[in-house]
Write a protein that binds this ligand. Structure first.
Ligand code: TA6
Length: 285
């Protein structure tokens, strides 16, 4: 019988410090301090479920293509700041990390500094808590207004899921919902289908999305359950856009699908001292 030793290790990953969490049952994940970004998740007895581009840039400045980038305080180009915000290109601090008899966990934190103030003139504390155990990954994102004026923010867990073949995937649970189609100038469309099948570029912002969706992928599945995130974004760049991405191999659009719980269409307002938190669980089967 294999014995696993539960641990939290600080390792070097492509020149960046990262935390490697191993739960007593062998479930593992890797979180880069650059971006507070999950880069790998392997459920107990399973295989890698996050997509990380083999051509991702690890230069300590560029956003890393893959894993679960934290998007804050702006979604995409819906604001005047850097695309998808700055949280994904800042170095986060480890607030806490530990193993228990059932899980391994870490909390990473990013707070205002001069560089963030130059981009966004507000005081905040952002916390990402990751818990890995068995076949599940639990994420909690917490935003606090630590300043003395209200601010508006957007946020997302821009999750790149590794799939065997994207054309064979079915994303279920979005029937009878409405989305903005970014491939058609944000036209509002109704989703009437039992499943979303990716056969072309997909870039959809589902508004007031259901909390539960399921991704079936060539005999395996991922279940998603989120709370606090009103929207869900689904993205695959497909052939043409993927070729234009310098940090992703031309054919890797077949190996990934982004399913992203988000506050994206409308920003959220936090008064001084207020918190918002959103939870996201991914279950592997
Ligand atoms: O979340 C979907 C999206 O906004 C797409 O439009 C796509 O461009 C993607 O994010 C990746 O953005 P990035 O800035 O990381 O290249």
């Amino acid at each position: 019988m294999n014995t696993v030793s539960a641990s939290v290790l600080t390792i070097d990953f492509h020149g960046q410090p990262a935390l490697e969490l191993t739960a007593p049952d062998g479930a593992r994940c890797l979180i880069s301090l650059f971006g507070g970004q999950l880069l790998s998740w392997i459920p107990a007895g399973g295989s890698e479920r996050l997509y990380l581009s083999p051509a991702a840039h690890f230069d300590g400045r560029s956003a890393v293509r893959g894993g679960i980038p934290v998007i804050f305080p702006q979604f995409a180009e819906r604001g005047n700041g850097p695309r998808h915000g700055f949280a994904r290109t800042r170095v986060w601090q480890v607030d806490e990390s530990r193993v228990s008899k059932d899980f391994a966990t870490a909390t990473l934190r990013l707070v205002t500094d001069d560089a963030t103030r130059a981009l966004w003139p507000h005081d905040f504390a952002l916390e990402l808590t990751v818990v890995v155990s068995g076949n599940r990954l639990d994420l909690e994102l917490d935003v606090e207004n630590t300043g003395d004026a209200a601010f508006d923010f957007a946020a997302a867990l821009h999750s790149y899921l590794r799939v065997k073949e994207v054309e064979n995937c079915r994303l279920e649970g979005l029937r009878n919902t409405r989305y903005l189609d970014a491939t058609a100038g944000d036209t509002v469309k109704d989703d009437r289908l039992d499943a979303l099948i990716v056969e072309d570029e997909v870039d959809r912002l589902y508004r007031d999305a259901p909390d539960t969706v399921v991704l079936h992928d060539s005999g395996r599945a991922l279940g998603f359950q989120s709370h606090g995130f009103p929207d869900l974004v689904v993205w695959n760049p497909w052939e043409h856009k993927c070729k234009a991405l310098a940090d992703m191999p031309d054919l890797d659009f077949r190996r990934m699908l982004c399913v992203e719980p988000a506050i994206a269409e409308k920003t959220m307002t936090l008064a001084p001292g207020e918190h918002w938190s959103g939870q996201h669980t991914i279950l592997a089967a």
